[in-house]
Each structure stands twice: as structure tokens, then as C-alpha cells.
Design a protein around this ligand. Structure first.
Ligand code: MG
Length: 298
């Protein structure tokens, strides 16, 4: 067993393959975030926010620049139509990149005022786009929104609608495999919570109880696997929680992890962005169906 894995509950072994090992894919970045597998392009996409670059990586072609400048892109995800959805700090917008490279702004205002700095994004199977809007990428004097909301953008809508308020620093977010639950990280340094909301009526949120408190560091990007386990980033790597919120084990990274995503040809590789580096680990489980536009097990 690789020393990268810390087993806290025996069932953690079920997500590992006999040869599972943490591997370094690339390094030398400023601050990596926003990994997502883009099935239409057969590659991993991830952001270097201060480096103002979106990179691509695949096993066959290795590392390359996908877009520079990236308007300080942060979170990325793929939708069901082959598009890449991106949160940008620089433009304070959520954008859509089609496979042919055309970029369209989907949302940059709410109530006629500019968004703060969209951070992370998840697309539901009905095409609605859910994103968080904390102020990490904007100076306080330039904030126009009165709070840090979580938004839903409906296909074709001119503006998003608020689906959650009251979180201090809403950050990473992801749906459960059946899309009945939405997990949202609150990265406030005094809070460290992951909250669990119920998706009501298909497009609104209820509940919102504390699902887990993540230490050391803060919860940031998150993903769910096909069996409902939650993978939350933290200062010591990726922490894997059961659907009940029990900490099952950890995948330790040498640097603070900020986000993770399932991908690869079989959807069973977990990619981890950790400060200046990009890592991967082959697992025995795949992404949840709604995550990153992938179909689990395919
Ligand atoms: Mg984030």
C-alpha cells in the first residue's frame, strides 16, 4: 500500500486498485485549480489562476496550453453537449467554450450588477449551470453584489437566479449521483464546512445542514464518485467521505490540494490540482454520472 493513502475506515480500500499510486503529472505552476475531464476533446483541462492560463493534458500528448490569457480562469466542467463551462475571475463571468473553440459569455451579472468572481461550477443533467460566486478574485471596493451567492443559470436565461445565500465563502460544489443532493464547500477560514442541500422541485435548494467539517486547511473543490462518496480537497490532500459524512481515508498530496476531478479513458483516474503541481491516481471507482458530463463506467 502506497504511503500516499491513509486508511481511516476499512471500506476505503474498495476505491483503490492493487497498484494504486499517486503520480506527478506536471509541476511548476503558480496555483492550479479547476480540473475537469473534457470528453469531447479527450483531455484533462485545468487552470493556473495567477498564471492566467488554462492547460490541457492527455496521456498521449502530455501537457499543453489550451488558452492564454485565460481571464484568470478558475473552475471548469464539461456539459452534456461537449462544451467546456468555465468560471473566470478576470471577466467576473461564466463562459462556455464549444469544441470548435468559440467562447460565449453565459452570465456576468445578477440584478444588473457584476458578479463577484465565479469560482466553481457544476452542470446538472437538465442543462442548468450551478456556480458559486465568492470574492476571491475581486478587490473589496469593486464588489457590487451585497453577498456571496450560489447561483443557477437556466439554458438561455439572461441572468442567473440565487439558489443559496448565507454561506460565507461558497466555493466547490457537486451533485450526488442521483442529483437529489448538492454539496457546497464554505471555505471561510473560520468555518471549513461542507453543506449538504436537497435539490427540491428539480431546481431549488432546501436543507443545507453541515455535512462535514474539513481540517486541516479548507474544503475547496469537490467531486462525487458513482457510489456517492465525496472527495473533498484539504491542506493534506483529498479526503474521502462516505455518503453519511464519515471520513473513510485520505489521498495525501505533498502540497495543499485545491480541486480534483475524475477522468481518463475509463473515468477512473482522479486528477488532483495541488498548488504548483498536478497529480493523478488510478482508482477502482468512476465519476458519478452527472459529474463532468461523463457516464459512469463507460
Ligand atoms: Mg475553488
Amino acid at each position: 500500500m502506497s504511503e500516499s493513502f491513509e486508511i481511516i475506515e476499512e471500506s476505503f480500500r474498495r476505491i483503490l486498485r492493487p497498484g494504486s499510486e499517486l503520480g506527478l503529472l506536471a509541476e511548476g505552476f503558480q496555483f492550479t485549480e479547476g480540473p475537469t475531464w473534457w470528453p469531447a476533446m479527450g483531455c484533462l483541462i485545468f487552470s493556473d489562476i495567477p498564471g492566467d492560463t488554462i492547460y490541457r493534458w492527455s496521456e498521449g500528448e502530455g501537457l499543453g496550453v489550451f488558452r492564454r490569457p485565460s481571464r484568470r480562469a478558475n473552475g471548469n466542467t464539461a456539459d452534456r453537449h461537449g462544451n467546456l463551462i468555465t468560471c473566470e475571475h478576470g471577466s467576473r463571468a461564466v463562459t462556455r467554450t464549444s469544441p470548435d473553440g468559440e467562447v460565449a459569455t453565459l452570465a456576468d451579472r445578477y440584478g444588473g450588477k457584476r458578479l463577484n468572481s465565479p469560482n466553481d461550477v457544476a452542470v446538472k443533467s437538465d442543462g442548468t449551470i450551478w456556480f458559486t460566486d465568492p470574492p476571491y478574485g475581486v478587490k473589496p471596493e469593486n464588489c457590487e453584489q451585497p453577498a456571496n451567492y450560489v447561483f443557477r443559470l437556466d439554458p438561455g436565461a439572461a441572468e442567473p437566479v440565487i439558489v443559496a445565500e448565507g454561506l460565507s465563502r461558497p466555493n466547490g460544489l457537486c451533485f450526488s449521483p442521483d442529483e437529489r443532493l448538492l454539496y457546497i464547500a464554505d471555505s471561510d477560514k473560520d468555518i471549513h464546512h461542507i453543506r449538504r442541500f436537497e435539490v427540491e422541485g428539480g431546481n431549488m435548494l432546501g436543507g443545507g445542514e453541515v455535512f462535514a467539517t474539513i481540517t486541516p486547511g479548507l474544503p475547496d473543490g469537490m467531486r462525487v464518485d458513482a457510489e456517492g462518496r465525496l472527495y473533498s480537497t484539504a491542506a493534506d490532500g483529498v479526503q474521502v467521505l462516505s455518503p453519511d459524512g464519515e471520513l473513510l481515508g485520505k489521498i495525501h498530496t505533498p502540497q495543499t490540494a485545491a480541486n480534483c476531478a475524475f477522468g481518463g479513458a475509463d473515468g477512473r483516474t482522479l486528477f488532483i490540482t495541488a498548488t504548483s503541481s498536478l497529480w493523478c491516481v488510478q482508482l477502482a471507482v468512476a465519476a458519478a454520472t452527472p459529474i463532468d458530463g461523463m457516464i459512469a463506467g463507460s
